[in-house]
Design a protein. Structure first.
Lengths: 253, 106
């Protein structure tokens, strides 16, 4: 069965809440599968690493969950890159996804802290004179602007396909929405740890929220791989000539 | 051999590699200037190498175990698998190089 990127199934319904049962099962199945897989791996990690408690397994920096999460992101990065090389007509989408996965993997390894010695995530650091000006300019010129450009191109290409994909009920829309909800959940927990809990006097619950955040990030990584899996299989194992010389989506935007 | 065609099998391979294969790399030292901290880049190289290894294994296993055998006969797919193994080796060589430099500097 040939799976297009982005897939365009035949059923003619509209978007997430009105999808046919089969398509709803695709992305909820991805999510449930990712949840079950992550719980299994965490139990396995606890059992096999002899760490004293769940805190060391789930919450600790460079702990098993964070390492496994980073491993999955870098795996996704490499596979997206290879898919872009193999599936030439959609190389822009694949290389855009490669960049996204690389950024998530680097973020998981705290590269935003050690790559320069100051935290790239904090906006105030960019006009902090304690850090060398050339260094801040290099980060903006060679990291921030290229990343924003790649993100903008990727969003633009997806936006152009949204109308057509929506009218034909393409599963990638639902998959992206579920992924976005999961990402929002992780961001919310991250900010809750930093600002929300002290505000409401819930510092005692910080460990729980940190664990939930790390778990959510791991689920997001596994969910991404499960959603991209059929596209990768198609890209790697499809007929070469057709894959490299023809666009499977038909007219390019 | 259905697991060969499923994502859990291959994420399990990668997660196992990370859990039990990743050496303990001192990649983050809060008290050291960043230029001494090449261990971080070394760790990234290690992870990318693992990604290429998983890709190479997937392609080669697909061919050897005749998963989707009609399709995987193409030469490009074989090259992709072989190329992935070579790149995995290159990235792990880079990992060792960066780690060695990091240790010398520290």
């Amino acid at each position: 069965m040939r799976i297009e990127f982005p897939r365009v199934p035949s059923q003619n319904t509209f978007l997430f809440w009105a999808l046919g049962e089969r398509h709803t099962q695709v992305f909820w199945g991805n999510l449930v599968g990712a949840l079950v897989f992550c719980v299994t791996m965490i139990v396995l990690a606890k059992w096999s690493t002899n760490l004293p408690g769940w805190r060391e397994v789930i919450v600790s920096e460079n702990g098993p969950v964070e390492r496994m999460s980073a491993g999955v992101w870098f795996m996704a990065m490499v596979w997206c890159f290879a898919a872009g090389w193999r599936h030439f007509p959609h190389r822009i989408e694949w290389f855009g996804l490669t960049t996204v996965c690389l950024l998530f993997g680097l973020r998981e390894l705290d590269a935003h802290v050690w790559v320069t010695g100051w935290n790239l995530d904090k906006l105030a650091n960019y006009w902090n004179s304690r850090f060398p000006l050339w260094e801040r300019l290099l980060v903006v010129g060679f990291m921030i602007i290229p990343t924003v450009a790649v993100g903008a191109v990727l969003c633009y290409r997806m936006w152009l396909r949204l109308g057509r994909g929506g009218s034909s009920c393409a599963p990638w829309i639902g998959q992206m929405m579920v992924g976005g909800i999961l990402l929002g959940f992780c961001l919310l927990l991250d900010k809750a740890n930093a600002y929300g809990l002290p505000l409401f006097g819930l510092e005692a619950a910080q460990l729980f929220f940190m664990g939930m955040e790390e778990f959510g990030e791991y689920v997001l990584a596994v969910y991404t791989v499960s959603a991209l899996w059929p596209y990768w299989q198609e890209a790697f194992l499809s007929n070469d000539t057709r894959s490299r010389n023809e666009g499977t989506l038909g007219a390019e935007p | 051999m259905d697991w060969m065609k499923s994502w859990p099998g291959w994420i399990f391979v990668v997660s196992s590699g990370v859990l039990w294969g990743l050496p303990s790399v001192p990649y983050y030292h809060a008290d050291l200037p960043y230029i001494h901290d090449l261990g971080g880049l070394a760790l990234v190289a290690w992870y990318i190498g693992l990604g290429f290894l998983s890709l190479g294994l997937y392609i080669i296993a697909s061919v050897c175990l005749r998963v989707n055998v009609v399709r995987v006969k193409s030469l490009h797919t074989i090259f992709l698998g072989g190329g992935a193994f070579i790149l995995a080796g290159l990235f792990w060589w880079l990992y060792l190089l960066l780690l060695g430099m990091s240790v010398r500097l520290v």
